[in-house]
Design a binder for this molecule. Structure first.
Ligand code: DGT
Ligand code: CA
Ligand code: CA
Ligand code: ZN
Length: 582
């Protein structure tokens, strides 16, 4: 068990104890331990035999040590299991509803003995929540809205979480004798911004014979972290991982691996269109092969490439397979040459210890050099973001001097002096123009007053774009995937203004944001707005998240020419001052 899973169980135990009305001291001790373990830099499992070191972690006492030992030994915690028997696992799902904490759940439980989402929804519709102590009609309406929101995102996962699990599964399978290839397909391979379930395809000699397949499936289900098996067949097994992610694994003979890759990569809409094309050409396309309709001769199946070729199409990269014009373009040899990670020459959105980052300017620079970048920008927060210790005019000027000094000292990379300046409620920027003028890169971002009307928000962003110092609008819609909706504004109007003033839009690559999204990126391109792909790194390890941004850019059909941070350093610097190339 890793630290995250242990912390998860301890948090859940604390919540369940609170629902159970136990004393607050005991509840706190579980929450403190969970927090300490979550933040602990080393895996607790590696030092579980070293009792002294574990007891030295603040928040972990003798009692908690016994709990930890049990979790490592048995993979469970008795108190957690007891509580779940008493209240049923649906209680844990209830806790995931926004605004529904242990106290309210306890209240509902004691009044109605209801402990699942459907039950609570029914009570709310019948007006039975508002009559509880400290509750009212407003709470009831909010609760219904939260349940609706939860249903919309339930069961989907961020791209990085999906990728991590997929990597674990690939590692678990690829060394098995007789396995040649293990490849994720589905929405993960297409790089969709969130992933519903993992579709993993396996091929090799071990997939070609009944008894071998059976042995392989036995190996598959030994995967650490597997919670329950949902379905098991001759060449397929579906299961759920701890944390809820579902996985479909399919074992395929090498002859039809390409057809299966094509089919299970999807999207469904792309597949439907492709199958229609096949039919028109006298073929039938299935997950097993592309075959002739008349005599069932197999034309292709081993690789995806030969399937697209047989259908007289250029190979369509998975990111484009959404039935948004890619089949016509492939027919006419007009698919775009999509941007790749190697095209990027710099990352210009990074935070440091001066505000809410975890590393220094020098450490970030060292990491960026190792990444092969030619330039970067340090863009710490401005003062409106008080909890991030944002910079005022004076500190921003001092910081820019530090950045310039670090740039002098550092070889191999240009460090631009920048800022991520807040766009205040009225659209003005959080620092003086005289300070902003000194910056090479000014990212203007909304971090407050998300609830403004679409008219207000549009006017606010227009004013930020009109400020001559603004180079880039940061994470333009403010959405947090699976957590917070975008704020509302007139995207068309904003893109028109940005194109006119040569202000770029950010593609924030952080997997929780991916903002702009693929659809808006494509719209931006149509408006002639340039994009900058950034990580918004708060730690050296975050630079790697750039790949999620590149994936979204590819999904939006973007090429190198659409993205400013593919430019050489001098030209990029000019672009940040509104001098784009034609
Ligand atoms: P997800 O899991 O919701 O993030 O999205 P996908 O695209 O991974 O969808 P999933 O897991 O339901 O199915 C995987 C692929 O299998 C999907 O992209 C295309 C293919 N597929 C599934 N159902 C159908 C279908 O009814 N017809 C066709 N042609 N293909 C399908
Ligand atoms: Ca899937
Ligand atoms: Ca699936
Ligand atoms: Zn920001």
């Amino acid at each position: 068990m890793d630290n995250k899973s242990i912390a998860g169980i301890l948090y859940e135990t604390a919540d369940l104890l609170e629902i159970d009305g136990q004393d607050s001291f005991r509840i706190r001790s579980y929450r403190n331990a969970a927090e300490a373990i979550e933040a602990f830099p080393q895996q607790i499992s590696e030092l579980i035999s070293d009792e002294k070191r574990i007891l030295a972690i603040p928040g972990i006492g003798k009692g908690m040590l016994i709990n930890l030992k049990q979790m490592f030994k048995e993979g469970r915690l008795s108190l957690h299991s007891e509580m779940l028997t008493k209240y049923r696992p649906s209680m844990l799902e209830l806790l995931k509803i926004q605004g529904l904490g242990p106290k309210t759940i306890a209240l509902i439980w004691s009044a109605y003995q209801v402990c699942d989402i459907e039950g609570v929804e029914k009570l709310a519709r019948e007006g039975k929540i508002r009559t509880l102590p400290r509750m009212g009609e407003k709470h009831e309406q909010k609760l219904l809205k939260s349940i609706e929101d939860y249903r919309r995102i339930a069961g989907r996962f961020l791209l990085d979480a999906a990728e991590n699990q997929a990597r674990r599964i690939v590692e678990h399978l690829q060394d098995y004798r007789g396995v040649e290839k293990v490849t994720p397909a589905g929405s993960l391979r297409r790089g969709r911004e969130t992933v519903g379930d993992l579709d993993i395809l396996v091929t090799g000699p071990a997939c070609c014979d009944d008894s071998e397949r059976e042995k392989l499936i036995e190996h598959v289900i030994k995967l650490p972290g597997l919670m329950e098996i949902i379905a098991r067949g001759e060449n397929k097994v579906s299961f759920r991982l701890r944390g809820g992610m579902q996985v479909d694994i399919r074992l395929l003979p090498p002859d039809s691996f390409g057809a299966a890759m094509q089919y299970f990569t999807g999207s469904k809409a792309h597949n439907v269109a492709l199958r229609q094309r096949a039919l028109k050409m006298g073929y039938t396309l299935s997950e097993y092969s592309l075959a002739r309709l008349d005599d069932e001769t197999v034309v292709a199946g081993k690789t995806e490439e030969e399937i697209y070729a047989a259908l007289k199409l250029d190979f369509i990269p998975p990111a484009l397979r959404e039935n948004c014009g890619e089949i016509d373009a492939a027919e006419q040899h007009a698919l775009p040459e999509l941007i790749t990670q190697e095209d990027l020459k710099g990352d210009v959105h990074m935070h440091t210890v001066e505000t809410d980052g975890r590393n220094t300017i020098e450490e970030m620079a060292e990491a960026a050099v190792a990444y092969g970048y030619k330039y970067m920008a340090i863009t710490d927060h401005s003062k409106n973001l008080a909890f991030a210790n944002g910079l005022d005019d004076k500190r921003a000027e001092e910081h820019i001097k530090r950045i310039r000094a670090a740039d002098e000292k550092t070889d191999g990379i240009k460090i631009f002096g920048g800022i991520e300046v807040d766009i205040l409620g009225d659209g003005s920027l959080d620092l003086s123009d005289s300070v902003l003028e000194q910056m090479d890169v000014v990212i203007a971002s909304v971090h407050s007053h998300f609830g403004q009307s679409p008219e207000e928000m549009t006017a606010r962003l227009l004013r930020a774009i009109a400020n001559p110092n603004t180079s880039i609008i940061g994470h333009p819609t403010g959405r947090l995937l699976l957590r917070r909706d975008a704020y509302q504004f007139d995207m068309d109007q904003i893109l028109r203004a940005a194109a006119r003033r040569k202000v770029a839009m950010e593609l924030n690559a952080y997997p929780d944001r991916l903002d702009l999204c693929d659809r808006h990126l494509r719209l931006a391109k149509q408006h002639g707005v340039k994009i900058v792909i950034n990580t918004d790194s708060h730690h050296t390890s975050h630079l790697d998240k750039i790949r999620f941004g590149v994936l979204q850019a590819r999904r939006a059909w973007l090429t190198k020419d659409d993205v400013l941070n593919t430019l050489p350093v001098e030209i990029f610097a000019k672009a940040m001052k509104h001098a784009w190339l034609p």
